[in-house]
Write a protein that binds this ligand. Structure first.
Ligand code: GLN
Length: 285
């Protein structure tokens, strides 16, 4: 079987299994298997796959057909250009979260470099904390998560991206994790907390429902439990003129504004994702 034939056959299979963008997904898996950039496949359409390659591709396509996320199969994803290893213990970093990280490091760049600090609550894979530390070299960053397994992976990702010495990783539930923190006053508090209403988790795509950790998705009855905690607890850890930036789910913008305003925050901006849905709230005291 040639590369082109393998792509066509596999894409058809994935399409029947309800996988979105089946051809792209196939090409990414084959490129991963053959250790070449995806575009290079196009120069190799006539290449005949070896029997071991065909067998290995079949296995990968079968896993994807069972709706295992591409990033779990390849073991990593790119976040703001930094490679993040992912596994079952962390949410797969999403493109819209890159916008939160970008807003974060742009703000950090305006703060006095000799003392600049950031906190990433619910760090998961560590993606936000790592991008902030990498883009803002003077920054000291604290990253927290309730899951010890997630923190192990986040530390590994920080090492892999050369920023581990500037990120303090702390286990704990929300602000309680800061009890032993070396830094307790931040220029920026960033968070992409779990925000799916509990009852809606069952309706998510299988890639999310069956493979992202439930802990990283479940935002309680109305999906907003973590924002209430953030709005009530964050001011104590914010420097004067510091900002909080949080990602939230599609349709939650008005509720988010109310939650923060009723805790005396001034909502400065609500930013949109790539599909023009309001997804990030920026607030200060
Ligand atoms: N901060 C991580 C991310 O944005 C994890 C978020 C989460 O687990 N809810 O990917």
């Amino acid at each position: 079987m040639t590369v082109l034939e393998a792509i066509q056959k596999s894409a058809e299979f994935l399409g029947k299994r309800g996988v979105e963008s089946p051809r792209l997904q196939t090409e990414l898996l084959l490129a991963h298997l053959l250790k070449m950039p995806r575009m290079k496949l196009y120069l190799n359409f006539d290449r005949v796959l070896t029997v071991p390659e065909t067998d290995a591709l079949r296995d990968l396509i079968k896993r994807r057909g069972l709706r295992e996320p591409l990033q779990h199969i390849t073991g990593s994803t790119s976040f703001c250009g930094y490679e993040m290893t992912v596994n079952r213990h962390v949410l797969v970093p999403r493109p819209e979260t890159e916008l939160l990280a970008e807003a974060g490091w742009q703000f950090l760049a305006t703060r006095p470099p000799e003392s600049v600090t950031a906190l990433d609550l619910c760090t998961g894979s560590g993606c936000i904390a790592i991008a902030l530390a990498a883009k803002c070299p003077p920054a000291k960053v604290v990253a927290t998560d309730i899951s010890a397994e997630a923190l192990t992976l986040a530390r590994q990702n920080a090492n892999g991206n050369g920023v581990a010495e500037r990120i303090e990783f702390l286990a704990g539930d929300g602000f309680a994790a800061l009890a032993t923190a070396a830094t307790r006053a931040f220029d920026l508090i960033a968070s992409n907390p779990p925000y799916i209403p509990s009852a809606e988790i069952a309706d998510l795509d299988p890639e999310v429902r069956d493979f992202d950790p439930w802990l990283a998705l479940d935002g309680g009855d109305d999906g907003l439990v973590f924002y209430r905690r953030l709005a009530a607890g964050a001011a104590e850890f914010l420097k004067p003129a510091g900002k909080i930036m949080v990602e939230f789910g599609d349709g939650q913008a008005d509720a988010l504004k109310n939650i923060f305003e009723s805790e005396k925050w001034i909502v400065e901006a609500v930013r949109e994702d790539y599909s023009h849905r309001a997804r990030i709230l920026v607030a200060r005291r």
